[in-house]
Write a protein that binds this ligand. Structure first.
Ligand SMILES: Cc1cc2nc3c(=O)[nH]c(=O)nc-3n(C[C@H](O)[C@H](O)[C@H](O)COP(=O)(O)O)c2cc1C
Length: 336
């Protein structure tokens, strides 16, 4: 077992550490959100929202790949199941400077299911393996897979092992396991993140049966103490909703999980560091709300927090001095 404060060293120097990551989340982990999260932790691996191969190859490619240099280490998540399209998309990701490309085998939405994207692919291990192989042949950056522990009708541990084993045989060495099954009919994506029970024991069994693979645990993790605990079993942890709703949690990640002795950034400093970024976005004609909607979570757990959130979610739509409002909101964070 590795000591909990030391990152793994048994990887290529170019490979990002997956000891702690923030999950891909549609509409949430856009480039503005990631810029903000990066201020709080230098070591967390950040994932983009899922981008489908169709959107990337036939849509506004530049917009989908756009990111700030400071966002690294950064992984692009792809949705798709056509090996050639995924290979072409992975090539674009590498050319744009991403540190990893990840295949989504966990999203249960009907919209993507019908296009053979996401969790439905858990029923097609060989196709996922073909996709991974095509992507690996196309790029030198790591290709990883994020998946569930099963789907309705295909939820036995043997089937999970068949999935992981088949994809491993195509060369994938890192699996991020959202430790619950997905129900592909009858539950919304949101319900599919809460209703099927979390089964950390199954993810742990997977790590035991595939010790050579990197297994990252995802689902329901809320504190750094829980992260420390899970890191006794798993190679890494991925946090989604908690990282978004309570982003200041990330400010402790470098010290608690990576052994850094750099001083921890304060909430107020983090918001101050957003100011030039907001200014640049306003100059481009953007709205401050595009950015500040992601910082609302800084206002949790202290007196005045509600006022902070109100300023940046309600008052923001009425002001003609957005930067002044940002500064005043920042004052509420001083000393917190
Ligand atoms: C708003 C939202 C959007 C999501 N979008 C994606 C996505 O694009 N790709 C993906 O693999 N998972 C997506 N997920 C699932 C998360 O990555 C994660 O697996 C899930 O929320 C469980 O982790 P948590 O309990 O830490 O939130 C999304 C989750 C949320 C809340």
């Amino acid at each position: 077992m590795l000591p909990i404060t030391e990152p793994r060293t048994d990887r290529l120097p170019s490979e990002p550490s997956r000891r702690f990551s923030v999950a891909p989340m549609m509409d949430w982990t856009d480039r503005h959100c990631r810029f903000f999260l990066r201020l709080l932790s230098k070591n967390a691996l950040l994932y983009t929202e899922m981008v489908t191969t169709g959107a990337l190859l036939h849509g506004d490619t530049e917009r989908f790949l756009r990111h700030d240099e400071t966002e690294h280490p950064l992984a692009l998540q792809l949705g798709g199941s056509n090996p050639a399209d995924l290979a072409a998309s992975a090539r674009l990701a590498q050319a744009a400077g991403y540190d990893e490309v990840n295949l989504n085998v966990g999203c249960p939405s009907d919209r993507v299911q019908n296009k053979m994207i996401g969790a439905v692919l858990m029923g097609h291990p060989q196709l996922v393996a073909d996709c991974v192989k095509a992507m690996r042949d196309a790029v030198t950056i790591p290709v990883t897979v994020k998946h569930r522990i099963g789907i309705n009708g295909r939820d036995s541990y043997e089937q999970l092992c068949e999935f992981v084993g088949t994809v491993r045989d195509a060369g994938c060495t890192s699996f991020t396991v959202h430790a619950r099954i997905a129900i592909l009919e009858g539950l919304s994506p949101k319900e599919n993140r809460d209703i099927p029970p979390l089964r950390y024991d199954i993810a742990a069994q997977l790590k035991q049966d595939f010790p050579e693979l990197e297994i990252i645990l995802n689902g329901g993790i809320k504190t750094l103490e829980q992260c420390q605990e899970h890191l006794n079993t798993f190679d890494g942890v991925m946090l989604g909703r908690e990282a978004y709703h309570n982003p200041y949690l990330l400010a402790g990640v470098d010290r608690e999980l990576f052994g850094s002795d750099a001083p921890q950034i304060t909430r107020a400093e983090a918001l101050r560091l957003m100011r030039p970024y907001v200014e640049a976005h306003l100059r481009e004609g953007g709205s401050m709300h595009h950015i500040t909607r992601h910082v609302l979570g800084l206002g949790t757990g202290f007196p005045g927090a509600r006022k902070f959130r109100q300023m940046l979610s309600v008052d923001i739509h009425k002001t003609d001095d957005p930067l002044g409002l940002l500064d005043r909101a920042g004052e509420l964070l001083e000393g917190r």
